[in-house]
Design a protein around this ligand. Structure first.
Ligand SMILES: Nc1ncnc2c1ncn2[C@@H]1O[C@H](COP(=O)(O)OP(=O)(O)O)[C@@H](O)[C@H]1O
Ligand SMILES: [Mg+2]
Length: 284
């Protein structure tokens, strides 16, 4: 059985903008599914819907067999033990005036109604820091004392503390230098190997997909247009939009790069002619 099962999910903003249309997707235990698509295609909306941050207009989200679509605040709080998130900007998501240790202990205070005692909390926080390649003593320091890559490690450690089964990673590499991106990618992979955690890995960057994902879902204007095994989909995309996306990925050869960019723009222009973006907004 799938750990996460999204079925025909539709999400609207202000009742008029349809950000997701009948999106279906599964993530298995210990699996990484990449969600790719250009900016505005609805990737974060799907992550946020799974996290309960935006409501579903139609369709359902099941986690471990339970329909969580209509969960209220209290049930959602319980669920944060199992579903955690890592976002693009670790600095924005870490409180600068709290020590790393205080921030990492928060989920334990919230989830387990202080059942986890002080000494065990400290032990779990220290263990999470070591799991992400930091030092246990970093618990006493503040986010501002770390580099961007280290701060993303802290955000990952915070997600790990409650021992979740699924982590929504929304563009977790986008704010980082290339060399640091590779380190964080390896860390996420190693953690999955050790812990068996599942990832929904949201990215606009198709180049990272074969390095992290087992399967891919391609989102285009709020619809899933193609899914498949990661390597296969990246090397032999079937849908014209995926082909355009692959074509738009950065290439070392600038001549090839320009040719691909031209092909991509031509595809976009042709598609815009078929279905203008304005048509995506439903009448109220
Ligand atoms: N809070 C919001 N209110 C209204 N429209 C939104 C909101 N968030 C996102 N949108 C719109 O929904 C669409 C999908 O956005 P998003 O999920 O952020 O895409 P992505 O993460 O792929 O860049 C876009 O058209 C965006 O403008
Ligand atoms: Mg986004």
């Amino acid at each position: 059985m799938s750990l996460l099962e999204v079925n025909a999910l539709t999400v609207r903003y202000r009742r008029t903008v349809t950000a997701l249309r009948e999106v279906s997707l599964t993530v298995g235990p210990g699996e990484t599914v990449a969600l790719v698509g250009e900016s505005g295609s609805g990737k974060s909306t799907l992550g946020n819907a799974i996290l309960g941050l935006v409501p579903a207009a139609a369709g359902s989200i099941r986690f471990d067999g339970t329909d969580i679509t209509g969960f209220g605040a209290r049930q959602r709080r319980e669920l944060t033990k199992d579903i955690q998130a890592v976002f693009q900007d670790p600095y924005g998501s870490l409180n600068p005036v709290r020590t790393v240790g205080q921030t990492l202990a928060e989920p334990l205070l919230a989830h387990e109604r202080r059942e986890v005692r002080g000494a065990e909390r400290t032990a779990r926080v220290r263990a999470a820091l070591e799991q992400v390649g930091l030092s246990a003593d970093d618990a006493a320091r503040y986010p501002g004392q770390f580099s961007g890559g280290q701060r993303q490690r802290i955000a990952i450690a915070r997600a790990l503390v409650p021992s979740p089964r699924l982590i929504i990673c929304d563009e977790p590499l986008s704010a980082l230098d290339l060399s640091v991106q590779a380190q964080i990618l390896n860390l996420l992979r190693d953690l999955q190997g050790d812990l068996g955690v599942s990832y929904l890995f949201i990215t606009h960057d198709l180049a990272v997909v074969p390095h992290i994902a087992h399967r891919v879902a391609v989102l285009y204007r709020g619809r899933v247009v193609e899914t498949g095994p990661a390597r296969q989909l990246c090397s032999a995309p079937r849908h014209p939009y995926t082909q355009a996306l692959v074509a738009a990925a950065p290439m070392p050869d600038p001549v090839q790069q320009r040719a691909r960019r031209r092909a991509y723009r031509a595809y976009q222009a042709a598609d815009e002619a078929r279905a203008p973006a304005a048509a995506l907004s439903d009448p109220p």
